[in-house]
Write a protein that binds this ligand. Structure first.
Ligand SMILES: [Cu+2]
Length: 93
């Protein structure tokens, strides 16, 4: 039997207690038409742990709320980049 399993399960169950909601603002300089924010929003909300995203074409920014126990700001920039829109973090809190 694997003795590590009960410990791993315990860690998994306890994880939500340590998770902290984060908000990050991403800069998306290549968004240039009204379809872009839709694509970006879909890409962001497909990342497990993302609870909400608001994409602003005028500012070329996205504000994303996520659970830092499930994902990272870096995973979000990768997600938009994979969707065709390279992004960088401009603000995190
Ligand atoms: Cu577009």
């Amino acid at each position: 039997m694997n003795k590590i399993l009960p410990l791993a399960l315990c860690t998994l169950l306890a994880a939500p207690a340590w998770s902290v909601p984060r908000t990050v603002t991403l800069s998306l300089p290549t968004m240039d038409c009204p379809v872009c924010p839709i694509t970006v929003k879909k890409a962001l909300e497909r990342v497990p742990g993302v609870s909400r995203s608001e994409v602003d074409l005028g500012k070329r920014q996205a504000v994303v709320q996520f659970d830092d126990a499930k994902t990272t700001a870096q995973a979000l920039t990768h997600a938009t980049t994979d969707a065709g829109y390279p992004s960088t973090v401009v603000q995190a809190r």
